[in-house]
Design a protein around this ligand. Structure first.
Ligand code: SF4
Length: 416
């Protein structure tokens, strides 16, 4: 009888792509894949170790699987990804029940996974167009775990995108650590605009979504390609991380408030109904109340459609770990709450504009008689949703809806 296995994929969509290539590898070895751990031979935990919370979640998950092994429900445990890449020696000593430790997945292996997406719902898929990062933001451990920047060749990305479209995929999400630098390692110049044009040709009638652009590296020609495309979502994911020039310098972000502001103005001029998602960090070492208020007023003025907020996580092995003037957890929490309250009211007012409007949505799932869907302004798993009232809708299909109600982050609509 075939041995069976399952995988628990933690962290971001980039890690999910790595998990898919591990699934491919085990399938090729003749294992049968199961989407839950009941009665399987092997459980693989593909971990994340980007920040403290992610490390804690990884360890808690591993300990649960160890308990299942002790109870005889699991025979073998494999721990992969960023946590063993960072702490292999320590983990080996402390977790003797683990049968195998692996580091991060070899990037080329993600090209070779079979093209059927395996860990996302059948109607959307992630393609990792690059791996590693050379930006070396001072708070970030990624460059030390994932290595230098490598781009996947355009032909290889386009081939996979074509296969996914043929299999009925409705949304392709392009990911990397910094997608805006795509191509620089291949030919010394950025080729993201070229890649998007190429993918646009094979993506008729589906959504193409770009995540993880860096404001210091995002070129205007990329924005123009998005403006002129019918398939690329008018959605720009642009983590600013902060708005005080002093803190941006300490973070090593290679850009300043004025440049970020003019880039955002340019994007909004070129694509008037664009949705800009950003992320920011509060409590970075040395952040004074004045720096913090500079971030608050920038967020108030810019009115981002989507904002993810993090409290600074002090990571050993990063330059910022040694910086003086570390901010207390209590103060980080106070600053976090202040911005989240502000963003809630901004998001609420932005959503009100959609009332009565007609929007195209992609249904993700059925839920208690209604349906959970997203517009082109909502990335999977991180942004808001549209609660759609309708009958016999098919998850994985597009529908036109009229928005009947709005909330801070979500919308309500009825099928037209
Ligand atoms: S851009 Fe900065 S934060 Fe993002 S992966 Fe690279 S070093 Fe880390």
């Amino acid at each position: 009888m075939k041995k069976s296995f399952t995988i628990i994929s933690l962290g971001c969509p980039r890690n999910l792509v790595d998990s898919e290539s591990i699934v491919s590898e085990f399938k090729e070895k003749g294992y049968a894949f199961k989407d839950n751990a009941i009665g399987v031979d092997t459980v693989i935990v593909n971990t994340c170790a980007f920040i403290e919370d992610a490390k804690n979640e990884s360890i808690e998950t591993i300990l649960k699987v160890v308990d299942a092994k002790k109870a005889g429900d699991v025979k073998k445990i494999v721990v992969a990804g960023c946590l063993p890449e960072r702490y292999r020696g320590k983990l080996k000593k402390e977790l003797r029940e683990i049968d195998e430790f692996r580091g991060v997945v070899d990037f080329d292996a993600t090209f070779k996974r079979n093209s059927v997406p395996m860990l996302t719902p059948a109607h959307y898929a992630y393609i990792k167009i690059s791996e590693g990062c050379g930006n070396r933001c001072t708070y970030c451990i990624i460059p030390y775990l994932k290595g230098p920047y490598r781009s996947r060749p355009i032909e290889s990305v386009a081939k996979e995108a074509g296969q996914l479209v043929q299999r009925g995929i409705k949304e392709i999400v392009l990911v990397g650590q910094d997608t805006s630098l795509y191509g620089t390692d291949l030919c010394g110049r950025k080729k993201l605009a070229e890649l998007l044009k190429e993918l646009d040709k094979v993506s008729n009638g589906i959504w193409l979504r770009l995540l993880y652009c860096h404001p210091a590296n995002l070129d205007k020609d990329v924005i123009k390609v998005i403006r002129d495309s019918k398939n690329i979502c008018r959605y720009i994911d642009l983590p600013i991380e902060h708005a005080s020039d002093r803190i941006l310098r300490r973070m090593g972000r290679k850009t300043g408030k004025a440049d970020i502001a003019s880039l955002i103005q340019y994007i909004r001029r070129q694509i008037p109904d664009v949705c800009i998602r950003t992320s920011a960090i509060v409590g970075f070492p040395g952040e004074t109340e004045k720096d913090f208020q500079e971030l608050v007023s920038f967020i108030k003025k810019t009115r981002f459609e989507r904002l993810g907020l993090f409290m600074y996580s002090r990571e050993e092995g990063t330059p910022a770990y040694k910086l003086k003037a570390q901010v207390s957890e209590r103060e980080k929490q106070r600053r976090f709450n202040e911005i989240m309250t502000l963003q809630q009211s901004i998001s609420s007012r932005i959503n009100e504009r959609f009332k009565g409007r007609r929007l195209k949505v992609l249904v993700d799932e059925a839920q208690e008689g209604d349906y959970i869907a997203r517009t082109e302004y909502d990335a999977p798993e991180v942004d808001g949703t549209v609660h759609v009232k309708g009958r016999a809708l098919e998850p994985g299909n597009f529908y036109n809806v009229r928005i009947t109600d709005t909330y801070e982050y979500d919308l309500v609509g009825e099928v037209l």
